[in-house]
Design a protein around this ligand. Sequence first.
Ligand code: DX5
Ligand code: ZN
Length: 214
Amino acid sequence: MKKILPSILSADFANLEKDIKYMESIGIDTFHIDVMDGNFVPNISFGFPIIESIRKRTNTTFDVHLMIANPEQYVEQFCKIGADMVSFHIEATNHADRLLQVIKDNGKKAGIVLNPQTPIESIKYLLHKVDYVLIMTVNPGFGGQKFIPEMLNKIEELDSLRKLNNYDFLIEVDGGINSETSKLCRDKGVDLLVCGSFLFNANDKVSTLKDLLS
Ligand code: DX5
Ligand code: ZN
């Protein structure tokens, strides 16, 4: 089943609970949560306290996207404070296999993220054990950027490998998703679509959600 994951990076941080509750009321069951450290990416978002606070206010699934250096140092703590899905960038670690194991040992879904320039080849040997692969469709760091169309071939390549080997991981995309790019990605086999600015800036979020899946 294809699903839209609102990225709370585009929510109103002064009214985070309100924005989350509203999204829940229109059918959202999973939120995408972007953690940026000002080192791995040229921007700083938020960390543990914010996630802990919102965890207390909603039972929805939290998909935590770690855009941080040294993820091995923090991954377990994100599992413990209420993430349900945790993904790290392959470019940020030399210990991907170990990191996946830590996330799984904590009972969470484990994902690997690829920057636009990173080939599928770099994670081929891990594909049988990941729960999901997140293909960045912009350079990570900011909401509101333009979708990089060359990523469609990469998605296709990943989906072909999945079919060929009967793997059961999900494919997620993140960055520049709107009603047009959503369709292009879904047609290539994407299951989970992160959407930030396009959804949060929309006046009519109910019909925008419908557009994103039609
Ligand atoms: C970008 C983040 C995204 C961001 C997407 O680095 O990982 O999750 O919130 O925002 P939009 O949908 O506006 O491109
Ligand atoms: Zn993200």
